[in-house]
Design a protein around this ligand. Structure first.
Ligand SMILES: Cc1cc2nc3c(=O)[nH]c(=O)nc-3n(C[C@H](O)[C@H](O)[C@H](O)COP(=O)(O)OP(=O)(O)OC[C@H]3O[C@@H](n4cnc5c(N)ncnc54)[C@H](O)[C@@H]3O)c2cc1C
Length: 431
């Protein structure tokens, strides 16, 4: 059935043939322009193609080995479902994104990182094995031992090696559904970098940054560091999320309103250092509190720009990027800074050891040129841009940032996947 579809940023929008990947079926795939789609939480055009296969009907949990904490499940299982089933039993996903409305398949394909990347790495680091539907309907099992090249191409491979059907992954034991959270106020970029290092032994950490502040306040931010308590409480209830009833007019978001919001958010925390107890929803998934918040950016949609810089260039690089943003007036409501640990062996995985910043920008005149300029800065500093957030970078910038691309292409060619699995993004980036 033809449908109008987009990613979470609502840019770009296209017409696509949308099919359901039904339980037990191995459909004959079209010869080109096919991509898997989970819950559509990638922001740009990575889950857009002529033909989309929605994996949500395949959402069974098949087995759980309580000794090893290993779950065998279908790729359409959502993190919301994982939490509902496992938190009351004392288990938590080893790595989670900032929303629970993503699928296991999507988390593998994007090789998702969380607030614990500096300590624990990416989601795929906890996947032992997966099965993949190939172009001719064949099913490949892959792991670090069996078809290892295909495994490392698929984890972080943005659906371009086939449709992930099932995975075996390790869950993490927890002794509570509550977390101790320390919130620290940093007056500028220098201070937040110092604090992130100082609190680097906390399992989870993330900073919210006021990207509109300039001068001496450049980089002022709030650091949230958290760790699960051990009090034995394992209560978990899904909270109903109110929605934005309609798409808001884009003009509501302008330099003034964004600056005011950012200042308010920063000043809502009074003390220099406060501590408290938070539940899983408020610490890990604050954005899920409003179900379709992506509508606040207006009809044109928005882009999320997330880049990572190697540690040695991170401070100077972030400073330059923030100076550019603060001067441009292209404000972002949400700027999130995270510390990242070493990169893994997956060919297109995003993280590398250093700092990453993610910013939301309303689509507006001048934005694309502005971001092209930031791309050059990031590339010159040895950084890269996250594919699952991207909707507009050039193939040259992409190629510069991802040295594993050549091997990725070789794997796709050797399994005959290159013709069949392609997204709007892979066409744009000439993957
Ligand atoms: C509010 C919010 C917060 C976020 N926070 C983070 C974060 O902290 N860290 C982070 O890393 N990401 C984050 N993300 C991005 C999100 O985690 C990824 O985009 C994730 O891949 C979305 O999963 P999905 O099921 O919605 O996949 P989709 O958006 O449907 O697809 C994303 C990609 O995965 C591929 N894919 C999906 N299912 C399969 C499958 N079964 N087989 C093969 N390929 C498949 C698609 O082809 C596409 O390339 C965030 C997104 C939002 C909206």
């Amino acid at each position: 059935m033809k449908k109008t579809v987009s990613g979470w940023g609502r840019y770009p929008v296209m017409e696509a043939e949308v099919r359901e990947l039904l339980p037990g079926s191995t459909p004959a795939l079209p010869e080109e322009g096919v991509i898997a789609r989970g819950l559509g939480r990638s922001y740009g055009d990575s889950a857009l193609a002529d033909t989309l296969y929605r994996t949500l009907p395949r959402n069974r949990m098949l087995d759980f080995d309580g000794e090893r904490g290993e779950l065998h499940c279908e790729a359409g299982v959502s993190f919301a479902e994982l939490l509902r089933v496992f938190v009351p039993r004392g288990w938590f996903p080893p790595v989670t994104a900032g929303t629970k409305h993503i699928t296991v398949g999507g988390a593998i394909a994007s090789d998702v990182h969380g607030k614990n990347h500096h300590r624990d790495g990416c989601f795929s680091d906890y996947v032992r094995e997966l099965t993949l539907l190939g172009p001719g309907g064949e099913i490949f099992a892959c792991s670090r031992e069996e078809n290892p090249e295909l495994f490392h191409a698929t984890c972080g491979g943005m659906g371009l090696t086939g449709i992930i059907l099932e995975a075996r992954m390790r869950m993490r034991p927890i002794g509570s559904s509550k977390l101790d959270v320390m919130t620290l106020k940093a007056e500028n970029l220098e201070e937040i970098f110092r604090l992130m290092e100082e609190y680097g032994d906390w399992p989870y950490s993330v900073a919210w940054l006021d990207c509109m502040a300039g001068g001496r306040k450049l980089g002022r931010s709030l650091l949230m560091a958290g760790r699960f308590r051990e009090d034995g409480r394992l209560d978990y209830t899904e909270k109903a999320a109110p929605g934005i009833p309609f798409t808001l007019p884009g003009f509501l978001l302008n330099r003034g309103t964004v600056s005011a919001f950012n200042a308010l958010y920063y000043h809502r925390v009074r003390g220099k250092r406060t501590s408290g107890i938070q539940d899983i929803h408020s610490f890990f998934y604050p954005l899920d509190i409003i179900s379709n918040w992506n509508r606040i950016y207006g009809r044109q949609g928005f882009l999320q720009y997330q880049f990572v810089l190697p540690k040695e260039n991170s401070y100077e690089g972030m400073k330059s990027v923030l100076e550019e943003i603060s001067a441009s007036g292209m404000g972002s409501f949400l700027s999130v800074l995270k510390l990242m640990g070493p990169e893994n062996d997956n060919f297109l995985s995003f993280p590398l050891e250093g700092y990453t910043l993610a910013l939301d920008f309303k689509v507006q005149p001048g934005l694309f040129d502005f971001l092209d300029g930031l791309d050059c800065l990031v590339a010159d500093l040895g950084g890269r841009i996250y594919l699952t957030k991207d909707a507009r970078m050039s193939s040259g910038i992409f190629e510069e940032g991802y040295p594993g691309l050549q091997r990725f292409r070789e794997v796709r060619n050797s399994y005959g996947m290159a013709g069949c699995f392609e997204s709007e993004q892979s066409r744009r980036l000439e993957i």
